[in-house]
Design a protein around this ligand. Sequence first.
Ligand SMILES: Cc1cc2nc3c(=O)[nH]c(=O)nc-3n(C[C@H](O)[C@H](O)[C@H](O)COP(=O)(O)OP(=O)(O)OC[C@H]3O[C@@H](n4cnc5c(N)ncnc54)[C@H](O)[C@@H]3O)c2cc1C
Length: 350
Amino acid sequence: MIDCLVIGGGIIGASVAHQAASRNPGWEVHLLDPRGIGCGTTASSAGLHVPFGATTGIRSLVRDGAPVFAGYRSWVAEDTIRELRFLVVLRTTAPSAFLATMAGGAAHEPTPDDLDWLAHRYPECDLAGHEILRLDGAYRARASDLAGQLVMASPNVRFVAASVNLVRRRERQWIVEHDGGATAAGRVILAVGPWDLPALDVPMPPAAHPPGGRKRVAALHAYNAPTEADRAVYFLDDDVFLLPEPRLGYTVTSFYLDRWDQPPGNGDHVPTPSDQAAGRAVLARRVGPSFAATCAGGRAGTDLYQAQRLPAVLSLDAENSLLFAGAGSGSGVRLAPGMAARTVDRLAIA
Ligand SMILES: Cc1cc2nc3c(=O)[nH]c(=O)nc-3n(C[C@H](O)[C@H](O)[C@H](O)COP(=O)(O)OP(=O)(O)OC[C@H]3O[C@@H](n4cnc5c(N)ncnc54)[C@H](O)[C@@H]3O)c2cc1C
């Protein structure tokens, strides 16, 4: 019997496997996913990691994950995690409310260079009635690459390319049935992102039900030739991010899509014409028509959401040996370190 089996190799499953293994070096941990590591919704992520959160629950997850994320930054490959120069654009009436949402990092007045850059970079952007803040503590993570490195850096984690069909209880162990056979495990974590859970044959009704809202998330690529001098910009009131990727020649532009009950699909990570039209409309209004016209292609996927956009770590049995970790709610990459810490805290009690 192995000690711990994680189902799903997205950023959340990979983070849980890494932490379970590094905090318990004597454990044998398996991570199962038919698609590979970081190939689900995680493959589409913009990977923005920001030090604020709209609710107490999100801020608490950000704080729990901060030391874990700092640890990753000390050893991952170059450019897997990049620190950003980060500006927030918000209404002149909003700064004190926004500052109350900070969970680490620090906010400052913008420098004259920041203001000059903003005016020249996005000349059509209407900033009347708005204020600018400069934040420390924002990063961009290449989420799929980070997931892969977390797994491969853990000598006691074994990746298995297999899909799980059924999890059932037999005495004091879990039997996980998958494409390649069956594996007995002492602890099982379900981290299947927006996909349906495998069949569960548990001896008692789950103590909690995983959330079920599936939403489409899309980001367009604006081919506006960003340079290393470019800042990332967050338009708070419009929930629009501009994330420059100078090495790739485009700016990732993220906006809110109100499209629910979306199936996760089969790894097709591209925006549809309707995603593109929705994004261009928002960007033309907020940043300017010329900028919106540079958007061509991008990335898209489905994420599992729960109320107040707060990802979930839930026990599905009384002994804390069957857990659910997921519902990234559009922020699963930045909140994965905190979720993994909480998941492994619970497993330790089992
Ligand atoms: C366009 C876009 C931009 C985004 N930008 C950001 C951002 O800037 N910052 C941020 O924090 N978040 C962002 N997100 C959200 C973030 O990507 C997700 O919250 C996160 O990737 C979810 O990770 P996950 O591990 O829960 O799911 P996934 O990455 O989907 O992983 C779940 C895995 O489970 C596997 N699986 C499913 N069923 C089974 C089974 N039966 N057996 C075995 N394996 C199974 C799947 O193959 C999949 O690989 C963005 C999302 C999108 C789509």
